[in-house]
Design a protein around this ligand. Structure first.
Ligand code: NAD
Length: 510
């Protein structure tokens, strides 16, 4: 096995690594720098969706455990264990943390894969590099956020500065377990906060390792805590906690709305929401490159098994290219993603996260058929993988925007082609949704592109590409896709609050 290049591992080597990680699986909570069981002994199981077998039996945090974790974070904040370090000392720890995560690439990759079914090659190529990039980007900016001295009358000195909130609660989903956690935890820590993370109950194992590695990198105990547990119990307790000053949530719109209620019922904590999507890709008749556009269409909906918040699930295609687009999609997209063992480095389509998710996606596909959409391919479970929660890549045409499959976030590999004639019609269809996370626009006409950028209501617009970008890009939505922005420098700033100091000067009598 070549540890320096896990990309070259064989399936047998990945299976061996998975078995070894499973034997050393950590299942307890991580509070105040230590692994600990839940006070009342509560536990929950996670299932490997590729095999249907139990992966682990994890401690389930109850209210008392959340209290313990918040108290540890509060103490770490008050004692200035983290904030008292010079910004560049914090930066060094965060940098070391990223390096330790890289050293544990193999273990983290197999854990992520067994927890939620993601192909191990995706974790290596996408998730882990993005996690370490997030940590490094945020740590590099530690000493680059500042306040200002304003222009006041001469008998006044006024300045404002940015201070951390104190204790930040983070609640994350299972579709990119480490990455979605890192998008919250890294900027919160870089800004000087202490964090309690509640990872998704479907896939908690890698977040526990991230917290352990933070302490191994020199992070003081209590600064980063993890409370695995059920959303309605541990997540709810965290979001209602009076000592949590900000809650940062990524997940469904339905639960996102609960976060706003919890804040109102408790201490009016700040609430940052990253929620669902039903993103359109608009393919105008003058698109510059049909081959690239079609590839972006199927990659944009089938990657990560369609379990992507910004998945391009609605493909709006103009009349004059509709047939060619569909034909190409059917011939090139059908086999671009093939089901396989997620531990096989050749696999690019794993199972969905759970068997319930599989049932839900198959039910929505059935609804699509019943409501009159045309199933071009897929819609079923791959023959060789009936033991797992797999769904084949699926394409519907003849979809109109009132159908259930065009309105609900399916969160599976299901693409819907919606035909349109005019630009106005495309804009109306694109905006006819409760969501507003992202959109793709394909045209070679600059005027048309600008009009679409202005009029499509989404937080992220990609032009002649899809799901592209880097750490400078604010990631977040309009409408019911949320109110926050991850990734960018603004995200770091959003984990601070402004304090203004207005100082009346009394010049000495001369
Ligand atoms: P979910 O809303 O079911 O769960 C998200 C988190 O909330 C989990 O940790 C869960 O345990 C917790 N939770 C559930 N009920 C809770 C409650 N009553 N109180 C407190 N916490 C509770 O979402 P999911 O199924 O894990 O993730 C998929 C969703 O996440 C999709 O809608 C997807 O679009 C969205 N998502 C959005 C982004 C983004 O950046 N906008 C990124 C990834 C995923």
């Amino acid at each position: 096995m070549n540890a320096a290049n896990p990309g070259s591992y064989t399936l047998a080597e990945w299976r061996k690594a998975a078995e070894s990680a499973r034997r050393r699986l950590e299942t307890r909570l991580f509070i105040d720098g230590e692994f600990t069981d839940a006070i009342d002994g509560g536990r929950f199981e996670t299932i490997n969706p590729a095999t249907g077998k139990v992966l682990g039996n994890f401690s389930a945090a109850g209210e008392k455990d959340v209290d313990r974790a918040v108290a540890a974070a509060k103490h770490a904040h008050k004692s200035r264990a983290w904030l008292g370090l010079a910004p560049r000392e914090r930066m060094e720890i965060l940098y070391k943390w990223a390096a330790l995560i890289e050293e544990r690439t193999v273990e983290l990759a197999v854990l992520e894969s067994m927890d939620m079914g993601k192909p191990v090659s995706d974790v290596i190529a996408i998730d882990l590099p993005s996690v370490t990039m997030t940590i490094r980007f945020m740590s590099e900016a530690v000493d680059k956020i500042s306040g200002a001295v304003t222009n006041t009358p001469r008998n006044v000195m006024h300045y404002f500065m940015r201070e951390p909130f104190g204790v930040v609660g983070a609640i994350s989903p299972w579709n990119y377990p480490m990455l979605m956690a890192a998008w919250k935890v890294a900027p919160a820590l870089a800004a000087g906060n202490c964090v309690v993370l509640k990872p998704a109950e479907q896939a908690p194992s890698t977040c526990l390792r991230l917290a352990e590695l933070f302490v191994a990198a020199g992070g003081p105990p209590g600064v980063f805590n993890v409370v695995n547990g059920i959303g309605e119990v541990a997540g709810r307790a965290l979001a209602l906690h009076p000592d949590v000053a900000k809650i940062s949530f990524t997940g469904s719109t339905e639960v996102g709305k609960l976060m706003l209620q919890y804040a109102g019922q408790s201490n009016m904590k700040h609430v940052a929401l990253e929620c669902g999507g039903k993103s359109p890709q608009i393919f105008m008749g003058d698109l510059p490159d049909m081959e690239k556009a079609v590839a972006a269409a199927y990659n944009g909906i089938y990657s990560n098994m369609g379990e992507v918040c910004n998945a391009g699930s609605r493909l709006l295609v103009q009349d004059n290219i509709h047939d060619e687009f569909v034909e190409r999609f059917a011939s090139e997209g059908k086999d671009a993603f093939r089901a396989g063992d997620p531990l096989d480095p050749e696999t690019n389509l794993g199972p969905l996260v759970t068997f319930e998710a599989q049932k839900r996606v198959l039910r929505l596909i059935d609804t699509g058929r019943k409501e009159g959409a045309t199933l071009v391919f897929g819609g079923d479970v791959p023959d060789r993988f009936k033991h797992g929660a797999y769904v084949n890549p699926t394409l519907f045409t003849g979809v109109n925007n009132t159908m259930t499959i065009a309105r609900e976030e399916i969160f599976g590999p299901v693409a819907s082609v919606i035909r349109f004639s005019t630009l106005d019609e495309a804009i109306a269809i694109a905006n006819d949704t409760d969501y507003g996370l992202a959109a793709g626009i394909w045209t070679r006409d600059l005027d048309r592109a600008h009009r679409l950028i202005r009029e499509v209501q989404a937080g992220i617009i990609w032009v002649n590409c899809f799901d592209d970008g880097d750490m400078t890009q604010p990631f977040g939505g309009y409408k019911q896709s949320g109110n926050a922005r991850d990734k960018c420098l603004d995200s770091l700033v959003s984990y601070t609050q402004i304090k203004s100091a207005w100082i009346k000067l009394h010049p000495p009598a001369s």
